[in-house]
Design a binder for this molecule. Structure first.
Ligand SMILES: [Fe+2]
Ligand SMILES: [Fe+2]
Length: 321
């Protein structure tokens, strides 16, 4: 007679959850077997250029091509962010290499993130290759950087060297919080290719767990910084968010996509002017809930508790006074 042993009994609740539901532990390889003409590869709701009359006039094939290229950029961005930005910071935390000690349990949780993110990059690249093989459409030249990397690059020179890793850690906490919303948004749209839906769903489940882990990371880090350190970082955060949520890389890629489907320079300018409004972060906040979502995350983690930092956010109209 077998004895019923609970093999997860000695694990923390969070690790037991990872053992059971992380995509690397529990999901099969997602195989793209066919492409139905009624499906599309990227949510139209997230790609406004596909809805512009000049693009609609080109017909369904052009629209499908635009969505396909948008999928490639989305997957490439995932592979980049996971293996470069998130992994660097996560490994440093897991190996206790930050100037501030982190609790052992949290470091163990962050190590599971390193595993997950490498797997997400692998799945993104694997899926991108499967789509290319089946559709015969190769990606246009994809951006070689990410807005989060640009935002970090712009913020670091404004801070003393001993705070660089703190800023990078906070950047990852913010990115890990907003990627979850991104994935949920993608997941919501009907008519998406079924395999992509599955790939995205697997990723989303992991990111919900990461979101909680990095909420703890931010709260812990913020709690061990001195007031002067918090204020130095707080002062650069509004500009950091402006860079992070900037659509400039997307805009350049959209220009390339529109040229690829055959629009001329004047038509491209018209579509871009209608879909990429030149607006500051406070105005962007009125049309896209992502700004409030990120600022609320910072507030919940204690980042806006200090009146001086809160005022810097109020002055930029990122919170209501
Ligand atoms: Fe991920
Ligand atoms: Fe993640």
């Amino acid at each position: 007679m077998g004895i019923n042993v609970d093999t997860t009994a000695s694990l923390s609740r969070r690790q037991a959850h990872w053992e059971k539901s992380s995509s690397i532990r529990s999901r099969p390889r997602r195989v793209l077997r066919n492409v139905s003409p009624d499906e599309h590869f990227y949510p139209i709701a997230r790609q406004p250029i596909a809805l512009h009359p000049l693009v609609k006039a080109l017909g369904t094939a052009a629209r499908q091509r635009i969505l396909l290229q948008s999928l490639y950029k989305f997957l490439n961005d995932i592979a980049f962010v996971e293996t470069r930005v998130v992994s660097e910071v996560s490994l440093a935390i897991a190996n206790d290499q930050l100037p501030w000690p982190f609790p052992a349990q949290l470091r163990a949780d962050v190590l599971t993130v390193v595993i997950d993110e490498a797997f997400h990059a692998h799945v993104a690249i694997d899926f991108m290759e499967q789509v290319q093989r089946l559709t015969g459409v190769t990606p246009l030249s994809l951006p070689t950087t990410l807005t989060v990397e640009q935002a970090i690059r712009n913020a670091l020179p404004k801070l003393p060297a001993d705070l660089h890793i703190a800023l990078k850690t906070i950047s990852v906490c913010i990115a890990e919080n907003s990627v979850t919303k991104d994935l949920i948004d993608v997941h919501r749209e009907d008519g998406l290719n079924e395999t992509f839906h599955a790939v995205n769903g697997d990723h989303m489940i992991d990111e919900v767990r990461h979101c909680l882990i990095f909420g703890d990371v931010l709260r812990h880090l913020w709690g061990v910084l001195t007031l002067a350190q918090r204020r130095a970082i707080g002062a650069v955060l509004p500009d950091f968010l402006g860079d992070y949520l900037s659509l400039s890389l997307q805009k350049q890629f959209d220009i390339d996509i529109l040229a690829d489907v055959g629009l001329d320079a004047r038509q491209i300018e018209t579509v871009i002017a209608a879909t990429h409004l030149d607006q500051d972060l406070a105005t962007y906040r009125t049309v896209n809930p992502i700004v409030d979502k990120v600022v609320n995350f910072l507030a919940e983690s204690g980042v806006l508790d200090d009146p001086e930092i809160r005022k810097a956010f109020e002055d930029r109209r990122l919170v209501d006074s």
